[in-house]
Design a protein around this ligand. Structure first.
Ligand SMILES: Nc1nc2c(c(=O)[nH]1)N[C@H]1C(S)=C(S)[C@@H](COP(=O)(O)OP(=O)(O)OC[C@H]3O[C@@H](n4cnc5c(=O)[nH]c(N)nc54)[C@H](O)[C@@H]3O)O[C@H]1N2
Ligand SMILES: Nc1nc2c(c(=O)[nH]1)N[C@H]1C(S)=C(S)[C@@H](COP(=O)(O)OP(=O)(O)OC[C@H]3O[C@@H](n4cnc5c(=O)[nH]c(N)nc54)[C@H](O)[C@@H]3O)O[C@H]1N2
Ligand code: SF4
Ligand SMILES: [Mo]
Length: 714
């Protein structure tokens, strides 16, 4: 650590970059943060990813010369890169006038609030702005992120907050479609140090992944470094695989009969469903040999308590929600939820529920949205988001009507939405587009007005995301934002005032106290504590149903409420083995495409940061050497990945582990150093080859991003 000098202020913060929210130690000198490191001082969790990307990122983002500093108005064509600096008053007045005009001419639904992953309170503000403005069109990445796992937990266990029991020791760990040491510990709140400890204590380990993932801390060699089982399913077939594992468990009497009898409903119906298919069906649909299905089932069911760490790979298919339901049911029939050392339902730290903030009671509830362009997706509607493809279809196809204006905050649709070419068309065609950003991005390049946003550590804020962890933490202001940049919450609050919308604040930061009201402290008082933690709800002798807030008070293997949204209360093998692409689609495109998140980068962010570009300089695609040979491409070469929708170019890594039928590409890429091509948005971007068309997951609106027919060439 740097020697403490006279003008060095030592502060502690929270890394906002992944779900671990590591506590970090920082030095502030004047208006700079020269030091950010693991917090070894306060005792708060600071697990740290192996490459410590959080600390590198914080320093570079706060000091980066390319940060947006002033409001900009487009003067050339969309995407041409010609801007004029304007004042905040002009920018905010223009936005307020346009939104007013939109509402008057076409009604409130013609305005879209377009949001991405929350950092602080901006997402909640955007949701609230949408509600009070009166639009039923608030778009978020929910259609491919978090909602499928969270909703499955809700229907099964009565709460989306099912986390691993981070203080207990599991006897087995299954990591399924998740890369915890790269992306931050699964949607179940696994912290790296607890995981390392579990391995040290001899927990058995199985991985279900198309790629060989890192499983151990690179600094440690004192435990068995590998999983005992690696299962490589056909991309997108995880639901069918999970149902196969359930079949094996039940047919071999490995389920937890005591738990099932006391705490669950609907097991008999599940036992009927598994007669509807054979193991041959499962092997054919998933490519997983029977012996591995049996091994996985035994490892998980015979070593209780166990953790099942699940991830985003399960959420991007036409049966995403039922896939996650099936895996929830697997954790239930093995008696792993509500028990010490296994998984637990957690009660969020005392704070205003984010949903209350998004949808204040006094205003029309967007979750019964006759008018939303995504109204057919009932889980999406209940979760207060519209699937993103509905935005693009609405603008381009004018179906079911045309959205005229959009305000994009925390989101980079041109890179992260499927079918980038169609997204480009939409951004070209929309009447009015505002983007709040910290850097110029391909999406911001298409805007009419770009507003410079202040980040975490440039204003006081609260982090509550991901909501299913129930953690609340503060971001204190360390430095001033660059130029005239303002916090997103201030920007929205100012436009709300101009529109005379009720339900906002004189100063947006007053909302932080509102958020903290249930805790009994103000932001000022909470600032030093920095974190508030959830509590855990185990099953106890006295109150067996306490953790499970389902209609029956039990774990619902059979979930009656799913009927109300026209879904099967028990997932069927038939729907789990349904695919978006038919064998016909694979005739010209015989390989099967999927992707993983980058270790060094968060989604499409931070490609301009040198510290991270030194780790991963460009997008890499993985192929088995046999496949490379067959398609006449070589390790280290730039190759094209092509589908029926288009092509993108990435550099080849030959990887023996990858199934010869599979292509694993890099996601989130654009090149900030190439302004002349609008940052190579249509060259290196994986979403140039994805398809945003139907069918979708009928509940969440998920688009199939795993298991796409493709081919490769030089
Ligand atoms: N470093 C970093 N951390 C992040 C992010 C990031 O971009 N970078 N993004 C954040 C966000 S928004 C999210 S949603 C989470 C996601 O984090 P994760 O849940 O870890 O999701 P992914 O990395 O998309 O995929 C997880 C694993 O699934 C594998 N996989 C791909 N297709 C399939 C398949 O069809 N079946 C199976 N079984 N496995 C498959 C991939 O090889 C990968 O190892 O991470 C968050 N944290
Ligand atoms: N093909 C394919 N597509 C995918 C996925 C996939 O695996 N494969 N993954 C999906 C998933 S899981 C997700 S979550 C989505 C994510 O997609 P997006 O929500 O688009 O996420 P990001 O790429 O992180 O974009 C966030 C943007 O916000 C900006 N930003 C950062 N901090 C702030 C701030 O404080 N204020 C403002 N105003 N802006 C800020 C960043 O510069 C960045 O441009 O992508 C999805 N798309
Ligand atoms: S990105 Fe790394 S440093 Fe930041 S919270 Fe996640 S694990 Fe911690
Ligand atoms: Mo995500």
């Amino acid at each position: 650590m740097e020697k403490k000098g006279v003008d060095v202020q030592e502060v502690f913060g929270a890394c906002p970059l992944c779900t671990n929210h590591c506590s970090i130690y920082m030095n502030v000198v004047g208006n700079t943060v020269p030091v950010a490191e693991r917090d070894d001082i306060t005792g708060l969790p600071s697990d740290m990813c192996p490459i410590k990307k959080g600390t590198t990122t914080v320093i570079e983002v706060l000091a980066h010369p390319d940060r947006l500093k002033h409001p900009l108005k487009r003067v050339g064509d969309r995407g041409e890169g010609k801007w004029e600096r304007i004042s905040w008053d002009e920018a905010l007045d223009t936005i307020a006038d346009k939104l007013k005009e939109c509402k008057e001419l076409y009604g409130p639904d013609s305005f879209a609030m377009v949001l991405g992953e929350p950092k602080g309170m901006e997402f909640a503000f955007g949701q609230r702005f949408g509600t009070i403005f009166g639009t039923s069109n608030v778009f978020t990445p929910g259609c491919y992120c978090g909602v499928q796992c969270g909703t499955a937990s809700s229907y099964t266990f009565g709460s989306m907050n099912v986390n691993v029991d981070w203080e207990g020791g599991p006897r087995a760990i299954v990591i399924w479609g998740n890369n915890p040491l790269h992306t931050g510990g699964s949607f179940k709140g696994m912290r790296a140090q607890r995981y390392y400890k579990a391995l040290e204590n001899g927990a058995r380990l199985a991985v279900v992944d198309v790629r060989r993932i890192d499983l151990v801390d690179p600094d440690r060699t004192d435990w068995n470094e590998d999983a005992e089982l690696w299962v490589k399913p056909r991309p997108g077939s995880d639901g069918a695989l999970a149902m196969g594992v359930i079949k094996y468990i039940i047919e071999n009497d490995l389920h937890d009969k005591g738990y099932i009898e006391k705490y669950t409903v609907g097991f008999d119906l599940l036992a009927e469903e598994i007669k509807e298919f054979t193991f041959d069906d499962v092997v054919r649909d998933t490519w997983v040999p029977f012996e591995q299905i049996a091994h996985l089932a035994r490892l998980y069911a015979e070593n209780r308590p166990a953790w099942l760490l699940w991830g985003n790979a399960l959420e991007q298919s036409v049966c995403a929600l039922q896939t996650c339901r099936t895996i929830s049911i697997l954790t239930a029939i093995t008696g792993n939820v509500g028990v010490k050392g296994g998984e637990v339902v957690v009660n969020p730290a005392p704070m205003t529920r984010p949903g209350r903030f998004y949808l204040p009671k006094e205003y029309k509830d967007r979750r019964v949205p006759e008018n939303s362009v995504g109204r057919q997706f009932k889980v999406a509607m209940k979760s207060a988001y519209v699937p993103t493809q509905c935005l693009i279809d609405s603008i381009v196809d004018e179906e079911p009507y045309q959205i005229k204006a959009a305000w994009v905050i925390l989101n980079n649709p041109l890179i992260t939405y499927p079918e980038a070419k169609k997204v480009y068309e939409a951004l070209k065609k929309i009447d009015f587009l505002v983007v709040n950003e910290i850097f110029m991005t391909p999406t911001a390049a298409m805007a009419d007005i770009v507003l410079p946003a202040a980040t975490f550590f440039e204003h006081e804020d609260i982090g509550y995301w991901p909501a299913w962890f129930g953690i609340c933490r503060t971001y204190q202001k360390l430095v001033n934002p660059p130029g005239e940049a303002k916090p997103d919450i201030t920007i929205m609050n100012e436009v709300a005032k101009r529109l005379e919308l009720p339900g906002f604040w004189e100063d947006a930061h007053e909302s932080l106290d509102y958020m903290l009201e249930p805790s009994g402290s103000t932001y000022k008082e909470f600032k030093n504590a920095r974190y508030a933690w959830p509590t855990k709800d185990y099953i106890t002798e006295k109150n067996a149903s306490a953790p499970f807030k389902t209609p029956s008070g039990k774990v619902e293997i059979y979930a009656e409420p799913l009927k109300q949204i026209d879904a099967n209360p028990i997932p069927t093998y038939k729907e789990l083995s349904r695919t978006r692409f038919e064998s016909e689609d694979f005739k010209d495109y015989p390989l099967v495409l999927t992707n993983a998140k980058e270790e060094a980068y968060m989604l499409s962010m931070h490609r301009m940061l040198k510290g991270l570009r030194n780790i991963t300089d460009q997008p890499y695609v993985r192929l088995n050497p046999k496949t490379a040979k067959e398609y006449v491409v070589k390790d280290g070469e730039l190759i094209w990945i092509e589908t029926a929708k288009g092509r993108c170019q990435q550099r080849l890594i030959e990887d023996d582990f990858v199934d010869p039928r599979v292509v694993i590409a890099a996601f989130g890429w654009w090149l900030p150093e190439e302004p002349e091509t609008m940052f190579a948005w249509d060259r290196v971007n994986l979403n140039m080859v994805t398809d945003s068309g139907p069918p979708y997951d009928p509940l969440s609106g998920s688009v199939q991003l795993k298991g796409i027919p493709c081919r490769v060439y030089k």
